[in-house]
Ligand binder design. Structure first.
Ligand code: FAD
Length: 329
């Protein structure tokens, strides 16, 4: 075990983790950040964000979240004057325990570290639709933006395109209705992909009123050239349903294993429950970004949550210092 006791450990270096590490270092806190490894990066939402248009200043930046982490950490190390406060570890945290008010973090290389406070920013991932039992047919279309997951990020692509949602529960129906109301696509469809619709009467009424077509057959392939255009979903009976843009609305995988290991409370969907500063039900253990319950699942909210958490930790550390100094004066 390294003997150093870090003031703040940040786990994850996507949108929330990069901001937590930056704010922590600029607050003059001795900070360690675990950037994850090839496996966690491949399954992180942030890695797959190729272009961001719903935030100012990002329109011409390729892969802004990965670029943000790289540039921010480079600046901290080379130009900030706070490089002595910054330790980055290119590994995933595989175990997190709390022993006598100190967090003990073990990484995927078997190294162990200690910290007073932890900010967990490991994120979530959207569930992919399966075609013939595999997600592979979906990925080329998803990677080129024809199939998306985030309404606030990419809903505007529905304008002027035959649009679909994939899913059989409430979110698939609500999002289809919402896209119809907001962008009035030429046609809106819901593909339940072999499942029975399971949404409320309230949204069923909207689906009917808006003449949203519900297709219950399984999708067997996707027609089009992923680089340029998605054309149609091919169905079990061989028919083709034209679709130019689609949202997968199938739920999420929450990367909450470390929170569960510590005994923090999570919601039914797996998001970690926290107060308005991001402190979980385990004292001194914070969560920021998509994993935190109740957020907007956006880069700017991940940043804001990270700052709130790190500033709250800073306030606690300053209070300790203040009390010590008042006692000794
Ligand atoms: C296709 C797509 C497009 C999007 N477009 C936009 C957009 O235009 N605008 C917008 O605001 N938002 C967008 N989003 C949402 C945005 O990506 C997320 O809100 C944001 O990335 C959440 O940040 P996060 O830090 O919680 O998670 P992530 O950015 O996913 O980062 C998670 C990090 O945790 C690391 N990690 C995981 N497990 C461990 C571990 N055990 N140890 C160490 N590290 C670990 C991963 O390697 C990764 O670095 C989009 C999402 C998707 C899927």
């Amino acid at each position: 075990m390294t003997q150093e006791l870090f003031e703040i450990a940040v786990i994850g270096a996507g949108a929330a983790g990069q901001m937590a590490a930056l704010r922590s270092v600029l607050n003059n806190r001795n900070t360690i950040v675990f950037k994850g490894d090839a496996k966690t990066n491949k399954r992180a939402r942030g890695t797959w964000v190729s272009k961001v248009v719903n935030m100012p200043y990002t329109h011409s930046v390729a892969r802004p979240i990965s670029a943000g982490t790289r540039d921010t950490f480079k600046w901290i190390k080379e130009e900030s004057g706070f490089d002595d406060k910054f330790t980055e570890i290119a590994a995933a945290v595989s175990s997190l325990k709390k022993e006598a008010e100190i967090f003990v973090l073990e990484d995927s290389k078997g190294e162990t570290y200690q910290a007073r406070y932890v900010v967990l920013a490991t994120g979530i991932m959207d569930m992919q639709p399966e075609i013939n039992g595999s997600i592979e047919p979906v990925l080329p279309f998803a990677n080129n933006g024809h199939i998306d997951y985030c309404l606030r990020c990419d809903g505007h692509h529905a304008r002027g395109k035959i649009t679909a949602t994939i899913g059989h529960k409430g979110p698939a129906a609500w999002v289809a209705a919402m896209l119809h109301e907001r962008y009035q696509p030429p046609e809106t469809k819901i593909f339940t992909n072999g499942e029975q619709p399971a949404w409320s009467d309230e949204v069923a009424e909207l689906v009917k009123t808006y003449k949203i077509k519900v297709i219950e057959q399984k999708i067997t392939s996707i027609k089009g050239d992923p680089k340029t255009k998605m054309e149609a979903f091919v169905l079990e009976d061989g028919s083709e349903e034209p679709v130019e843009f689609a949202f997968a609305m199938l739920g999420q995988i929450a990367y909450n294993e470390l929170a569960l290991e510590l005994g923090a409370e999570v919601t039914d969907r797996g998001n970690v429950i926290a107060n308005d500063k991001g402190e979980t039900t385990v004292p001194s253990f914070y969560v920021a970004g998509d994993l935190r319950d109740g957020g907007k699942y956006q880069i700017y909210t991940a940043w804001d949550q990270a700052v709130d958490s790190v500033d709250d930790i800073d306030a606690k550390l300053r209070l300790e210092l203040r009390q010590r100094q008042l006692l000794s004066s």
